[in-house]
Design a protein around this ligand. Structure first.
Ligand code: ADP
Length: 470
């Protein structure tokens, strides 16, 4: 479902609930108010009627003229209807508006029935009825009474709820028209507003669809309003910049890798072709195989390096880490160089004991690369010094040589894949420029940092800083 539809549906469903709630609340409040006023009116009329009865100990007297009971006299249909009946079921008086309709007759019938209680409130749609019986405590004998004196009088007053009900029905009709109409109007306008508000998102989607895998320099337009959509566009553009940059580096890397693989392969092919051109002596074949082996070793090194660089960071960091005392570890590690032609040039500077949290495999690979570079790029007989320094939170291991050095401008690039300095290339030393790239990756996986200090013609020091053991 589209976002426009989802937002619209949510918004309209909420509105429907709100409108329904408001309508029901309005209806109930108005109904309460109308019935309150209705009851007040009926009660006022009823009390006026009851007040018109004079209650003595021995008789009760209906005296409307003394108490100016004008209710219902002028036939007003909305006023209370009432009947005063004596103990014999004789109508003493009645309101003029009590007509001859079936409901009026029904009310009259009720009024003529003897009251079952002194005070009664009766619901007899459409009537709301109030009845009260007033009686003499010690009634005198009927023959001693005046014509207007009675033993007991029952007042019945009622008002029709028809007017209230009609008003309420009208209100209900209005509410049930107005609420859906409001809802419909909002649905039409709301959908248009939501569509307009989300239009930049739709535009962004179209723009994104047009983006290809090659950086055309095309980016998402950023709205001036600087709202959430503008922020999204900025973030997305940043991501695109980083991705295209990464793509670019990846492509160059693949190109460089292919280039580096091509050289040994060309030599392999050339040597094989030359060897196959005519029959050779066993020595000649052996020499060719020797050359081929050298190239295969180089190919193997490149492929191994590429495989290592292709390994994702978490996989590298997943190797076992231990707290290792580095002085002893370095002494032991350096033993593996004891068969190297320049073993006498390599030395470990005396230091105190210090531990770091390392992966021994990764650190050994780092030092292998740094020491073999130091040998490669310095004259035989010149010293290569390994130093261990405690730097508070960190431990630094340095590999320093007194070789050709690296110019300041080139120091920035030496960690890039396939980069080789001018001097290195001219020196004729073999290499593909992946060693330091791997070292940088490994040091990162070790949680450390690497730095290079060098002066052309004087020597180079690579310093690896590692976090100390906890
Ligand atoms: P490679 O040694 O195969 O060329 P590396 O990645 O190990 O590749 O090194 C990259 C470049 O950095 C080298 O080509 C060289 O120019 C420079 N370099 C590395 N170590 C040293 C060093 N100890 N002295 C001088 N230059 C060095």
């Amino acid at each position: 479902m589209k976002l426009v539809d989802r937002v619209s549906i949510f918004f309209l469903a909420t509105l429907a609930v709100v409108l329904l709630g408001i309508s029901v609340a309005v209806y109930l409040i108005v109904r309460d108010q109308l019935y309150d006023r209705f009851d007040e009116q009926l009660q006022a009329a009823f009390h006026t009627l009851v007040a018109a009865i004079e209650v003595e100990t021995d008789d009760v007297k209906w005296e409307p003229s003394d108490h100016t009971v004008t209710l219902g006299r002028v036939n007003e249909p909305d006023e209370a209807r009432w009947v005063v009946v004596d103990e014999a079921g004789q109508i003493m008086d009645r309101s003029g508006n009590l007509g001859d309709t079936p409901s009026d007759r029904q009310l009259l019938e009720l009024a003529l029935k003897p009251a079952t209680a002194i005070d009664q409130k009766i619901e007899m749609p459409p009537w709301r009825v109030m009845r009260q019986t007033l009686a003499a405590v010690e009634p005198k004998a009927p023959e001693l009474r005046d014509p207007l004196e009675r033993e007991r009088l029952t007042v019945t007053a009622a008002m029709s709820t028809e007017r209230v009900e009609t008003a309420l029905t009208r209100l209900a009709i209005w509410l049930s028209i107005l609420s859906p109409a409001t809802w419909l109007l909002t649905a039409i306008c709301g959908r248009w507003i939501v569509r307009r508000a989300l239009a930049p998102l739709t535009r962004m989607t179209t723009e994104v669809r047009q983006l290809g895998p090659v950086d055309s320099g095309k980016r998402l337009p950023v709205r001036e309003s600087r709202d959430e959509l503008a922020e999204l566009a900025i973030s997305f553009n940043d991501l695109l910049d980083r991705l295209f940059d990464a793509f670019d580096r990846q492509r160059r890397f693949a190109g460089d890798a292919a280039h580096q693989l091509r050289t040994p392969l060309t030599v392999l092919l050339g040597e094989t072709d030359v060897a196959l051109r005519k029959p050779r002596t066993a020595e000649e074949y052996a020499r060719t195989l020797e050359v081929l082996r050298g190239q295969i070793v180089q190919l193997n090194e490149i492929v191994e390096s590429l495989l290592l660089l292709a390994r994702p960071e978490p996989e590298l960091s997943a190797v076992d880490f231990d707290d290792v005392e580095l002085r002893s570890w370095l002494e032991e590690y350096l033993l593996q160089w004891k068969t190297h032609p320049r073993r006498r040039d390599l030395s470990l500077e005396p230091s105190g004991k210090v531990s770091a949290r390392i992966s021994q495999t990764l650190l050994a690979q780092v030092l292998d690369n740094l020491i073999s570079n130091a040998f490669k790029y310095s004259e035989p007989g010149s010293p290569v010094l390994v130093t261990l320094v405690d730097r508070g939170q960190q431990v630094a291991i340095s590999v320093a040589d007194r070789g050709m050095g690296i110019s300041r401008a080139e120091q920035r690039d030496i960690f890039q894949a396939f980069y080789r300095s001018q001097n290195a290339r001219q020196s004729g030393q073999p290499g593909v420029g992946l060693g330091l790239t791997i070292v940088a990756r490994l040091v990162e996986a070790l949680g450390g940092k690497i730095a290079c200090e060098s002066e052309p013609g004087r020597g180079t020091t690579f310093r690896v800083e590692l976090p100390k053991a906890r």
